[in-house]
Design a protein around this ligand. Structure first.
Ligand code: NOJ
Length: 530
């Protein structure tokens, strides 16, 4: 008998975000690189990871740490060489893992040759690769759009007298997706990476490539919510016209054809906190294959809210979402949920819930160690958000990974790291946790192993168990996943049957039969099987 169903390969894998600058440094310059990643790929395979997403490694002035690409077909010398990258692809494949590269199609670097030419003259053949508008009366910016990183989304070019559009830094000019030549360029960029060995793409800012053709002013936000990770000016507006335009789906329709011969994956960073809207990107046969569902990164530890966010994602686009509880753009889950042992236990409980839902879960590096945010004093901030605005910024989740006790924490042999690693402890490290079967690392490994071993967790429909109360639980065929999201011990009653506790986040009761009522400690999660 062949495989039970024809589900795509990513359904059966757990992904992992490698934030390349902070994963592992092989040459002592304090910045992670491709050889460092190559060296530790066997760790990821040991953990049970099936998809490795590598954040941008392209030549870049690094104004936004690689999300400002100066050459879409190269490797920045600080990360190594094309040969190093190909070695990563080859070794990952040997270990049974797929690799996603991070495609940044919304904007390039201002140092990309396209933009250098475009801004040199209105007659440049590349002028229309970017979005240019005449000043509004009085010389003001063409509309009220704002940048994620503070200030207007428009910068005036003195040479040509027009403004260029940038939803991020002015050094990240937005590409003009209304120009078919831009689409042609990207078809070839995708093909370039697929033929080099990439298995697909994480697509940066996947919801915003296409802008409203009339560039209308955005209305004020119905509700202003201050963010740690973007400027107030950004949060003050409802992003009606600079994102989420229906035309963006034409881009993905095209890309589906490009990746199809390679069975490549299109995974979108659809940063839209409405499950029905994310679903529009992935429903049907010609959209993105998967979209990240980011609402869990915005959750307070409250059972009603957690249930609502999980149910919304699971119902809006079953099997088509990538589940995450952290990324290089948000504070780490363990810190968001209160820090210390409680924060760590809550983060593991949420991961337990996410790993069994339909779709593909992704861990952010260090989550498997229960890491909290690194301590980065304001004067050492590197993130443009922190340097340009009052916001806390994203550095806390981006500090280097502690691999082993000792100087440089096994991350580097060099004297310093690009972000500080102060405050890490021996217990945080991969080496110490790998040697300790009771560690967080072994909990995550056991969880992934269980997901692999239970096809029902990947194939059966989800039935939610109970509609309120502190225990959030669901059943998929012969598996039940439950987490106590309250602060008191709580019980739930599994459907009739002889259930066994196959996984218990704090190890209590593991491998024991579950009784008629299962009592969970605060922040404890279990997986029951029969
Ligand atoms: C999303 C990326 O994850 C983030 O790090 C970056 O700053 C923006 N997109 C702009 O590329």
């Amino acid at each position: 008998m062949g495989a039970p169903t024809e589900l795509p390969w990513w359904t059966d894998k757990v992904g992992y975000e490698v934030y390349i600058r902070s994963f592992a440094d092989s040459d002592g310059d304090g910045v992670g690189d491709l050889r460092g990643l190559h060296h530790h790929l066997d760790y990821l395979a040991w953990l049970g990871i099936g998809i490795v997403w590598i954040t941008p490694f392209y030549p870049s002035p690094m104004r936004d740490h690689g999300y400002d690409v100066a050459d879409y077909r190269g490797v920045d010398a600080s990360f190594g060489s094309m040969a190093d990258l190909e070695a990563v692809f080859a070794k990952a494949h040997d270990l049974g893992m797929k690799v996603l590269v991070d495609l940044v199609p919304n904007h390039s670097s201002s140092e990309h040759p396209w933009f250098i030419s475009a801004r040199s003259s209105k007659d440049s053949p590349y002028r229309d690769y970017y979005i240019w508008r005449d000043p509004a009366p009085g010389g003001r910016p063409p509309n009220n759009w704002t940048s994620h990183f503070g200030g207007s989304a428009w910068t005036l070019d003195a040479t040509t007298g027009q403004y260029w559009c940038h939803l991020f830094l002015s050094e990240q000019p937005d590409l003009n997706w209304a120009n078919p030549a831009v689409a042609d360029e990207f078809d070839e960029i995708l093909r370039f990476w697929l033929t080099r060995g990439a298995d697909g793409f994480r697509i940066d800012v996947a919801h915003a490539l296409v802008k409203h053709p009339e560039f209308l002013d955005n209305p004020p936000a119905a509700e202003f919510v201050r963010s740690d990770t973007s400027a107030d000016e950004w949060g003050a507006l409802e992003h009606l016209y600079d994102a989420n335009q229906p035309g963006v789906l034409d881009v993905y329709r095209r890309w589906r054809k490009v990746v199809a011969p390679h069975d490549g994956l299109l995974l979108g960073e659809v940063y839209v906190l409405d499950a029905e809207k994310v679903a529009e990107y992935v429903r049907g046969e010609d959209g993105l294959h998967l979209g990240f569902w980011f609402k869990p990164l915005h959750l307070a530890w409250e059972p009603g809210a957690i249930r609502e966010v999980l149910v919304a994602g699971a119902q809006a686009a079953p099997g088509l979402l990538a589940w995450v509880s952290g990324s290089h753009d948000r504070g780490r889950a363990a810190s968001r949920f209160g820090g210390g042992n409680v924060g760590r236990a809550r983060a593991l409980a949420l991961s337990t819930l996410l790993l069994g839902l339909p779709g593909t879960p992704f861990l952010f590096q260090g989550e498997e160690l229960g890491l909290e945010n690194g301590a980065v004093p304001r004067e050492q901030a590197q993130d443009p958000v922190a340097r340009r605005t009052e916001a806390v910024g994203r550095d806390g989740s981006r500090t280097p990974l502690p691999w082993a006790p000792g100087p440089g924490w096994g991350f580097t042999d060099g004297p310093r790291t690009w972000l500080p690693m102060d405050g890490r402890t021996e217990a945080d490290t991969v080496a110490v946790q790998r040697a300790d079967p009771s560690s967080m690392l072994h909990r995550y490994r056991a969880l992934i192993d269980l997901r692999d071993a239970q096809p029902d967790l990947r194939r059966q429909p989800v039935e939610w168990v109970g509609e309120d109360g502190p225990v959030v639980a669901y059943r998929r065929g012969a598996v039940i996943v439950a987490a106590n999201c309250g602060d008191q011990p709580s019980s739930f009653t599994p459907p009739e049957g002889a259930w066994v506790v196959a996984f218990s986040s704090n190890r209590d009761g593991e491998q024991q039969p579950a009784g008629g009522d299962v009592v969970l400690a605060p922040h404890q999660a279990v997986v029951l099987t029969r």
